[in-house]
Design a binder for this molecule. Sequence first.
Ligand code: FAD
Length: 390
Amino acid sequence: MPAPDPRDPLGFDDLLDDEDRAVRHTIRSWCEDRVMPHIAGWYEAGEMPSVRALARELGGIGALGMHLDGYGCAGSSAVQYGLACLELEAADSGLRSLVSVQGSLAMYAIHRWGSEDQKLHWLPRMASGEAIGCFGLTEPDHGSDPASMRTAAKREGSDWILDGRKMWITNGSVADVAVVWAQTDNGVRGFVVPTDAPGFSAPEIKHKGSLRASVTSELVLDSVRLAGDAVLPEVHGLRGPLSCLNQARYGIVWGALGAARSCLEAAREYSTTREQFGRPIGGFQLTQAKLADMSLELNKGLLLALHLGRRMDAGTARPEQISYGKLNSVREAIAIARTSRTILGANGISHEYPIMRHSANLESVLTYEGTPEMHQLVIGQALTGQNAFR
Ligand code: FAD
């Protein structure tokens, strides 16, 4: 029997094929080369510099809209997309957010619900990273309950006029295109809004204590006039945005475990070199109990993520199943980050190590794409048949 691999104690790798491993290797190497040397500095500065250049590089390695087919997208499997999210978030949740919002929210909305003209116009440029997208659903007064949104689109002749505010929008200030959801006389509709349209602005939200290496913005829509064909023609109602959220939540199922892996790895390594009372702290039973429990949860989470990925690929994943994954991965990642931090003692709070950054990032990841309470309500409804949302 080969010696146990502390990075893969259950043999998760054996469940992947060569192509899966190749995708993972490409993304991991790119992150190690292009992001890891800089990320702590970007985070402290509260910026993601050269985001356009990074987006083009991400496009170059096929990471943008990678699970979509055609229009310049890589056509990867859901499992491969999940592995990419894992590696990106092992670097930083902000990086994974950039890729998730681009691929799972903005590109997916156009790919799934857009006209052929909208797809041809936007998707190839978004897949290459030449154009950046954002997704405007949340409003200052309406987050978990998007059905109550106030942003409205009214007809004026054949045109649409959009008025309203969106809040906490990832990529907002750097986006070329915004997919904006608004109330119409026929319920909620999605609009493809070029960000240079008169009346559109996207002031950046500063002073964040989490996801600091990520652009987060307000979207202001002040009588933005759009041509009649700016609406996503193939969907009416909240089914549109919720279908996109399902894709992004799936990415988080994997991504959050990447952040957890990074924390656990830092703690495990530290425990083998840091000595107290004359021996490495990893030699104490209490430290080993922490490491064992974290490794258990991380690897259970990976098996669940792979199971959900296989269901996504088979077209059989149900939204509440994705909720199980999102709820579990983020909850356990936060617990792993916190326990890992204790193993590093005071060093754990330093940005010399990735743990505090991941911990703070995971607070955003816990809240966006559905808070834990929303996922508990989704699962609760599936278990009881009772809607407890209102
Ligand atoms: P609220 O909905 O006000 O919830 C506050 C609390 O009340 C939560 O704990 C919630 O679970 C609880 N609660 C609400 N209703 C119930 C209920 N019925 N039962 C029990 N508890 C309840 N949005 C976008 O549209 N696009 C983006 O790109 C985007 N990026 C983001 C990036 C970051 C860094 C962050 C932090 C957020 C982002 N969001 C984005 C917004 C995010 O999706 C919302 O913050 C989230 O949906 C929660 O909404 P809220 O913040 O308004 O909280």
